[in-house]
Design a protein around this ligand. Structure first.
Ligand SMILES: [Zn+2]
Length: 397
């Protein structure tokens, strides 16, 4: 067998990323299990990498002649996966995520990055019309008529390094809030990965609340957060100051032209215990005439991060949108409910995050070592299927 294969990725994850012990003991909560936990957890991870994530597709795969090539030691049904993920504890997979990312750091993956960042954002996924679970959010129209339920979670990822690596997931129910889930997520992930791993967190405007900013500060993190209409006093003060001034700096950014305004002496709003707030505005002119303008607030002092670098840190927020949610939903099944149960859904999101970490480090670092070119994600998927020697390939359109 030549080129990448499921078995080679299993060896890479076990030995190069140090996940062997996790794969053997992933936090199995079943009483008297008959199917080894390793077969179940690895089947879910490799199925995500093959983009065949539904439990029925996994069942089909492990009953096919491809099973030895997948590295899965036993066959089982989709009901076994439902039972397993209902009882699988999340902390082991969270620990595996941060341990794999730590190992990447030891393998010098981030050596050329001055500021490793954490990006935080929330999303909705897993629409259903079935009986609601404790994580379900009702979906209603303007008249208040119920049209089913959706699930929400916050995702934290390592960004700004050239490889976006999801680190942790925190779901929240209808009576909870995105920024409260974000605080829990940030506290837990920082405790696990270490306070000095990343100096800042970048987040959307929903997290620009005093409690969230205070939590980040207690954890030793600077914050770069989008400034939107939910902070009207600060938004209006920034507009009053910047609208009357020419840009403080202008520079090319790829084919675009970017204008920046940057001031660090705005008063904090009533509940925020900061001495001053720094606000950056950028106006990005595209060659087709499109103009994108956004304001960001931060507690980074200028002596530590200048205007241009702050602009780049703010832009890192898009990584979680593009390489986190878009990739996760369009290619790895993040939108799909395999089994409508709160723990099963959480574990599915965490295992997608771990599959993404394994895939990106394997493809962008391990396969790219020496003079080997970077393979595209779809190239890798196709090669994995070809090396399973199955008669059919997935629809990857
Ligand atoms: Zn639900």
């Amino acid at each position: 067998m030549s080129g990448p294969s499921a078995l080679k990725i299993l060896r890479y994850a076990s030995h190069c990323l140090g996940l062997k012990s996790y794969l053997q003991h992933p936090g199995d909560g079943r009483i008297r299990p008959r199917i080894p936990a390793q077969a179940l957890v690895w089947s879910l991870l490799i199925a995500h990498l093959l983009r065949a994530w539904s439990f029925l597709r996994v069942e089909w795969l492990v009953h096919s002649p491809a099973r030895p090539g997948l590295g899965v030691g036993a066959a089982f049904g989709d009901d076994a996966l439902a039972y397993f993920t209902e009882r699988l504890e999340a902390e082991s997979t969270r620990a595996a995520l941060s341990s794999a990312i730590h190992q990447a750091k030891r393998n010098k993956v981030f050596d050329h990055t001055r500021f490793i960042g954490l990006a935080l954002d929330g999303t909705g996924a897993g629409y259903t019309q079935k009986k609601p679970c404790r994580l379900c959010h009702p979906v209603t129209d303007g008249q208040g008529t119920l049209h089913g339920h959706l699930h929400h979670f916050a995702l934290l990822a390592v960004v700004g390094t050239g490889i976006t690596l999801p680190l942790d997931v925190e779901p929240y129910g209808a009576k909870d809030s995105e920024y409260a889930a974000g605080q829990r997520l940030l506290r837990r992930a920082t405790a696990r990965i270490g306070r000095r791993f990343a100096p800042y967190v970048v987040a959307d405007g929903a997290f620009a609340t005093a409690p969230f900013l205070h939590t980040a500060g207690q954890l030793g993190l600077r914050v770069v957060a989008r400034l939107k209409g939910n902070l009207p006093e600060l938004s209006q003060a920034a507009a009053r100051l910047f609208d009357g001034q020419p840009p403080h700096s202008v520079f090319p950014y790829g084919a675009d032209r970017v204008e920046l305004w940057d001031a660090d002496d705005f008063p904090p709003w009533a509940t925020l215990r900061w001495e001053r707030v720094r606000v950056l505005r950028y106006r990005q002119h595209k060659p087709d005439g499109t103009v994108i303008q956004a304001e960001w607030l931060t507690d980074f002092p200028r002596r530590q991060v200048g205007s241009f670098n702050l602009f780049r840190l703010a832009k890192n927020r898009w990584e979680i949108e593009n390489q986190g949610f878009n990739d996760g939903k369009n290619r790895y099944g993040m939108e799909h409910i395999c089994h409508h149960h709160p723990n099963s859904m959480l574990l599915n999101w965490l295992l997608i995050a771990l599959a993404l970490v394994i895939e990106r480090l394997y493809r962008l670092c391990y396969l790219h070592r020496g003079t080997h070119p970077v393979r595209s994600a779809i190239d890798l998927v196709n090669l994995l299927w070809l090396n399973l020697r199955l008669p059919c390939a997935p629809d990857t359109s």
